[in-house]
Each structure stands twice: as C-alpha cells, then as structure tokens.
Design a protein around this ligand. Structure first.
Ligand code: C5P
Length: 227
C-alpha cells in the first residue's frame, strides 16, 4: 500500500513548505483543483525540483464529452505526472476514448476513474444516481476496467469487492482515510489504515490529518510504519 499526500493548503508557498518537510519519504504527492488552477505546470515542476523521485497524482477528475476528455488527457501527458483521473460517470465510451488516445505514447501515467465521491452518504448519492453506493460503485468499476483503465478512486469499503469483480491487479485509490481515527471533516465514509489494509487498498490519500497536524512529518512517519 502506498501513501498519497494531498496538497490542499491555501497557498503555493504553504504547499511547497509541506513538500519540503516530507521530501525524504517515499510518498506520492496529490495535486488537486485549487493548486493546479492557480499554480499550473510550474507547481508540478516546483515539486519535482524538491525531489525528482516524487510521484505526482494530478487529481482533476475529468468529466466531459469523450473527445474533450481525450484532448485534455493528451495535454496532461506534457505535464510529466505519474497518475491522473476522470469520472467514471462520464461513461465507458469517454473512458475508452481517453485510453485509445493515450495508446500512441510509449509511457503514460496511470489513469483511474472516480466511482463515488467519499463525501457522499447514501441519501445524497441516491438523489443523483438513483442507486445505492455499493452496487453503483461496482458497476462504475466494471466499466472502468472494461475501458482499459488502471484502476478506480473509491472508498476503502468498496475496494475488495471491486477487485473481486475486476482483477487483483486493478488498482484502488482511496481518499477519506483517517489513519488513526481523526476528525472526518466533510467526508462521510471514512476508514482507518487497518480497514484499508483489510480491503486490499493500493493507495491511501491523506490530506487534513497530515497538513493540519502540528508535526506533519511525524504523522507521515507513523502512517508509513503501519503500511
Ligand atoms: O483532507 P482529506 O484527507 O479529506 O482529503 C482528501 C483528498 O482527496 C481531497 O484532496 C479530496 O479532494 C480528494 N478526493 C476525495 N474523494 C474522492 C476523490 C478525491 O476526497 N472521491
């Protein structure tokens, strides 16, 4: 299991200060909407300048018509990131189009699709998808697998079931992780590290429990010693 640290601090300087603190650890770095919209490609380069071995997950959750998503995926190729994601609810055709477009590259990032956001509870989810989270997440995961993507973003509670219906090698990346039972914030379906391990999760994403801690480095160390 690998740890992905979410850089969700308010400014570029604060995010880079966190990266500097954890530069000697074997972790992935997650760059989300806010930073990327504001700080762009230069931000990715600044992270790599601190440690070129950091793997970067660009969490933009693409959702659009197939051709526009594939165009965006090609632009992502120029950024030198190691993983990016789309929304599975954009549909199987959109996901296939993205993967077909990336076929011409010798090396490409891992591409994952979001099943159900971990901030949804059953009621909110049903209002949009008219189905319960577990069965819809399974269906999204099957579509993602059949479209040739590398894995899904899901809650830790769905990871094992998704692997059972796709493949052991199909990656699961799970946000909503509160490693040692910290405050959930706006997340509804949170899990601790033990649950993530039982559920065979490949990547855990941790944001607030690390960057809001008094000593983020210590929390990273504690997480890494458990996984
Ligand atoms: O602070 P916290 O650990 O809740 O951060 C989780 C991170 O994972 C945030 O950056 C959030 O945008 C992201 N994320 C998520 N749920 C998803 C996909 C991404 O919480 N389904």
């Amino acid at each position: 299991m690998e740890l992905c640290v979410a850089l969700d601090l308010p400014t570029k300087e604060e995010n880079l200060a966190l990266v500097e603190k954890i530069k000697d650890y074997d972790v992935w770095i997650k760059v989300g909407f806010r930073s990327f919209i504001r700080d762009g490609k230069g931000f990715i380069q600044a992270i790599k300048a601190i440690n070129p071995d950091f793997k970067i997950f660009l969490d933009l959750k693409l959702y659009d018509i197939p051709n526009t998503m594939a165009d965006a995926a090609e632009s992502i190729m120029d950024l030198g990131v190691d993983m990016f994601n789309v929304h599975a609810s954009a549909g199987k055709v959109a996901m296939q189009t993205v993967m077909q477009r990336l076929q011409k590259y010798e090396k490409r990032p891992l591409v994952l699709a979001v099943t159900a956001l971990t901030s949804f509870d059953e009621e909110n989810f049903k209002a949009i998808y008219n189905q319960d989270i577990a069965s819809k997440a399974d269906q999204f995961a099957k579509d993602t697998y059949e479209a040739g993507m590398d894995g899904v973003v899901c809650s830790a509670f769905e990871s094992k079931s998704i692997k059972n219906i796709t493949s052991e090698k199909f990656s699961t990346l799970c946000p909503g992780i509160r490693p040692f039972g910290e405050d959930a914030g706006d997340q509804k379906r949170v899990a601790d590290i033990t649950t993530a391990q039982t559920q065979q999760v490949d990547f855990i994403v941790v944001g607030r429990p690390i960057y809001q801690a008094e000593n983020p480095t210590l929390i990273v160390e504690q997480i890494l010693s458990h996984i």
